[in-house]
Design a protein around this ligand. Structure first.
Ligand code: NAI
Length: 493
């Protein structure tokens, strides 16, 4: 099944639909191919085309697109005011091979649209949904030919984000998913196959990035600035707190809730009271002027804290400390976290001269550059550590090229705990057949710009270390949240 020479219909001309129409139109090469664009709101499709005209002409002005390519793409985009219009126009060029739906995120509305479409398009036309949270299996229920419905999940902004999750429901035909996979490549995207499960790949695996920070905030382990700086130090472009502010706490909370509910209230995904308070109080993030941070009107909302990623040389020094299980400087044990708290380590080592530091091994350290704050590394101290011993540890960490920040004595500190949980979630996704390890890595790097994929972290860190840390978190907090994925435990040697 080859869709690359067919015409396409995009339904829903909002942010996503317009982007999808742009990408499709710019990729088409066969004469007469069209991207029909329809929206239930009168005039919306024409407005979207007008906006796309401005965008594409802007690219021409910047020398990023030829005039010919711009005109060609725009000529292919045809706003239609009724769905039946696509049938009328169909005779003029290549037949309609695909409908991509990007309308409101409501199951009943999507279902009735696809039922209507079934009565309009030919038997072999593929039906794709851009849903980000609804089951593809559920949307297909009630269709005459549910096997032709597939998820084609783009990321915002569509022209820039490379990832497409190709989501198969229970009844999706393999040939249909493969055809969308190949077409996505033609459209310049990197497709990844996913099974229709709550959150698909990216929205599921990313949950701990937010949840672990919210948990640390709830137990007052550190402030948002420090948490964000720690994660940015190892290469994440935005810290979790500023990212939640950008996404909007209402949206982020809704996604967390939907994953939680869809998993039959598995405590692993339990939402956070900290975030609910923000939502209830209208502190939604950038859009409301205040979330974890303040965004005064008229001031450009730059990332809240600019932090240098760890320079390769400093990362190598810190990683060497990690590998050797830490160092002893003037009698002070400076130990990378293995999930034990400083208090527990002091007990095990028989001395109160213990400092636990966060981990950086294999965590996508990048070259430093620009004028930001120094890379930040979290540490915690054992009860009974003297002021002098603390100063020794701080001086040592400073010599490693990082700015040390003391946080509460919590298991796994900040980065290690977060990354271990991201690995664990990815492992469970693979265990449940949602995606392959390679698919998960590609999805997280391209869908949410992670500095490395979860399985790349796992390779660098080793299953033994990750599982030991998770088991200690599990023992510390008790409950389902930190239970180790069977897939991961099977890799412990
Ligand atoms: P939007 O609100 O910008 O656009 C939706 C458009 O669909 C509106 O123009 C609306 O008039 C139209 N519409 C609503 N019901 C319709 C119907 N029955 N028939 C035809 N048109 C209809 O929404 P957005 O953000 O573009 O999202 C669209 C879909 O894409 C949703 O399913 C959403 O979950 C999904 N999505 C959104 C992402 C995002 O970051 N905004 C990312 C990935 C997926």
């Amino acid at each position: 099944m080859d869709l690359s020479s067919k015409s396409v219909l995009v339904v829903g001309a909002g942010i996503m639909g317009a982007g999808i129409a742009q990408v499709a139109a710019q990729s088409m090469q066969v004469s007469g191919q069209r991207v029909f664009l329809h929206d239930a709101r009168e005039g919306a499709a024409a407005e979207a085309k007008a906006q796309l005209t401005t965008i594409l002409q802007g690219l021409v002005a910047k020398g990023k697109l030829t005039t010919q390519a711009c005109e060609g793409a725009l000529a292919r985009i045809v706003p239609i005011s009724s769905l039946a219009g696509v049938v009328d126009a169909g005779g003029e060029g290549p037949s309609l091979g695909l409908v991509v739906e990007a309308i409101v995120e409501k199951l009943d509305v999507k279902r009735s649209l696809f039922r209507e479409l079934e009565g309009l398009v030919t038997e072999d036309c593929v039906l794709a949904t851009n849903t980000s949270s609804i089951s593809v299996t559920a949307i297909a229920n009630g269709l005459k030919r549910p096997e032709r419905l597939v998820g084609m999940h783009f990321f915002n902004p569509v022209p820039l984000m490379k990832l497409v999750e190709v989501v198969s429901g229970l009844r999706t035909d393999v040939a249909v998913a493969d055809a969308i996979f190949e077409l996505s490549k033609r459209w310049g995207k990197v497709p990844v196959h996913a099974k229709s499960t709550p959150g698909f790949i990216v929205n599921r695996i990313a949950r701990p990035y937010y949840a672990e920070m919210l948990a640390l905030l709830q137990e007052q382990a550190a402030v948002p600035e420090v948490l964000d700086a720690c994660l940015k130090t190892v290469g994440f472009r935005m810290g979790p707190c500023e990212l939640m502010d950008l996404i909007g706490h209402d949206t982020n909370f809704a996604v967390t809730n939907s994953v939680y509910e869809a998993n039959f209230y598995d405590k692993r995904y339990v939402p956070s009271l900290v975030q609910r308070e923000l939502v209830d109080g209208g502190l939604l993030g950038r859009k409301s002027g205040r979330g974890f941070y303040r965004y005064p009107e008229g001031v450009p909302a730059l990332p809240a804290v600019v932090v240098e990623p760890l320079a390769t040389s400093a990362a190598a020094r810190a990683a060497s400390d990690d590998r050797h299980g830490g160092v002893v400087v003037q009698g002070v044990h400076i130990v990378p976290t293995d999930g034990r708290t400083a208090r527990e380590l002091a007990r095990d080592l028989g001395t109160s001269a213990v400092v636990v530091q966060d981990r950086v091994v294999g965590l996508g350290a990048a070259s430093a550059g620009g004028a930001g704050r120094a890379p930040v590394l979290a540490f915690a101290t054992a009860p009974g550590l003297s002021g002098e011993q603390r100063a020794v540890a701080v001086a040592h960490l400073l010599s490693r090229g990082v700015e040390p920040h003391e946080v509460a004595d919590t298991p796994g500190l900040v980065v290690a705990r977060t990354v271990a949980m991201l690995i664990n979630e990815a492992a469970d996704a693979v265990h449940q057949g949602v995606c392959t390890p390679e698919g998960a890595d590609a999805a997280m790097k391209l869908g949410v710009n992670y500095p490395a994929g979860p399985f790349e972290w796992l390779k660098a860190w080793g299953a033994n270390g990750v599982v030991a840390l998770l088991d200690r978190l599990d023992a510390h907090y008790r409950g389902e949240r930190y239970r180790v994925s069977p897939w991961l435990r099977a890799r412990v040697g």
